[in-house]
Write a protein that binds this ligand. Structure first.
Ligand code: FAD
Length: 369
């Protein structure tokens, strides 16, 4: 057993998975999380875990039974509509191996497996300061010194600037997040089918995805310049709905119902780090997940990569060899993320474009062979 003091900044899926794997290996990491408690904010929509990455990490963490109890293999279907409401593609996804799980359920499972006190809630990290004997992690409560700091703090990581000059760049598309209960909105329930629906028009998209507990998460996506995106972010959410009504005014009423009736949850501009982002390894500091390779959700890989990164880093940190092993893990993390980042950028550029619907239809048809 090693006695290194390890700080993980960020209690998202990647950070919590790393903490769990390190604890299984006999270490006692500390997770700094800015949320004040587990349920402080809605965790976002449903995530599908892939066999070789997300599901593999769950198995390595010994959490397969807990995952299977919460996973929804029945929700893997896809539907594609065009703006006049014509259904172009409809597949129930039965037999696929990408079971869905709500993000909040995944977080709950990971948290429940950790030793008491591992996560320090309400601990927004303001800075990491290198010192002679490690790194000082600064929060409002004071400063703590660690030998190793892992940045698992997502898109706007406080750790990444110590390793890389790269900054996330706006990808030209802003998503407005919407929420529905199926009991109150049977028409949306019927529209979505057995998993996820996409409706794709000229530089616009509507997405709705089945979540657990009778909930559906929707997104209205618009290709807009960054200044317009910032204007949307600054508006009251009901004023954003008025903009969406205008943007989707010529779409079929059953599709328009998504922007008319959804609970308005958030405006999310999509950002990405440069494809193939890498950094020069620096003993004591490393990154995983979105902090290392933020990409748009259009490849559906983000959480899977974050979980797989956690496995690689845990294996490296648990070897006696330590930093050379971490450096090799960082190379593996970057190599795995690069094609996903490329696919995600291409997916976004083509799906939300002037002929997006043809691209999305071709993509769905290719997937079913
Ligand atoms: C709209 C949308 C839809 C998505 N859909 C999918 C999908 O279907 N499939 C998929 O695989 N991926 C999807 N993603 C991407 C996925 O959410 C991310 O890739 C994944 O959550 C990354 O996990 P992470 O642990 O690296 O970071 P995060 O989930 O971002 O977690 C970072 C954590 O760090 C905390 N934190 C941040 N800064 C600090 C600080 N200074 N101090 C302390 N704590 C801090 C945050 O509160 C958070 O808990 C989607 C993303 C978006 C925006």
């Amino acid at each position: 057993m090693t006695t290194s003091r390890i700080a993980i900044i960020g209690g998202g899926p990647g950070g919590l998975m790393l903490a769990q794997l390190l604890e299984r290996g006999g270490m006692r990491p500390i997770v700094f999380e800015r949320d004040t408690h587990e349920d402080e904010r809605p965790q976002g929509g449903s995530l599908d875990l892939h066999a070789d990455t997300g599901q593999h990490a769950i198995r390595r963490a010994g959490l397969e039974a807990e995952f299977l109890a919460e996973a929804r293999p029945e929700d893997q279907g896809d539907r594609l509509y065009q703006p006049d409401g014509t259904l172009l593609f409809d597949r129930d996804g039965a037999g696929d191996d990408r079971p869905e799980i709500d993000r909040s359920a995944l977080r709950r499972i990971l948290l429940a497996a950790l030793a008491p006190g591992t996560v320090r809630w309400a601990s927004a990290v303001a800075a990491i300061v290198p010192s002679d004997s490690g790194f000082d992690v600064l929060t409002a409560a004071g400063s703590d010194r660690f030998d190793i700091v892992v940045g698992a703090d997502g898109a706007w990581s406080r750790v990444r600037p110590l390793l890389s000059d790269a900054q996330p760049v706006y990808e030209g598309v802003t998503m407005v997040e919407l929420g529905f209960d199926t009991a109150r909105h049977p028409e949306i329930d019927a529209l979505v089918g057995s998993g996820k629906m996409f409706a794709v028009g000229d530089n616009r998209t509507l997405v709705a995805q089945r979540n657990g507990l009778g909930h559906i998460r929707g997104y209205a996506g618009l290709r807009v310049p960054e200044a317009d995106s910032q204007r949307l972010m600054a508006m009251p959410l009901e004023a954003v709905r008025a903009e969406l009504r205008t943007a989707f005014a010529d779409w079929a009423p059953p599709l328009r119902a998504l922007v008319e009736r959804g609970d308005m949850l958030a405006v999310r501009p999509l950002h990405a780090l440069p494809i193939g982002h890498r950094w020069t390894s620096r003993p004591g500091l490393t990154l995983l997940g979105d902090a290392a390779h933020l990409m748009s959700p259009f490849a559906g890989e983000g959480v899977n990569l974050a979980l797989a990164d956690a496995v690689d880093l845990a294996d490296a940190l648990l070897t006696g060899e330590r930093w050379p092993a971490v450096e090799r893990a960082e190379a593996a993390i970057a190599e795995r993320a690069e094609p996903a980042a490329k696919g995600s950028a291409e997916g976004l550029a083509t799906a939300i474009s002037s002929h997006g619907v043809e691209h999305v239809l071709a993509h769905y048809r290719a997937r079913v062979g």
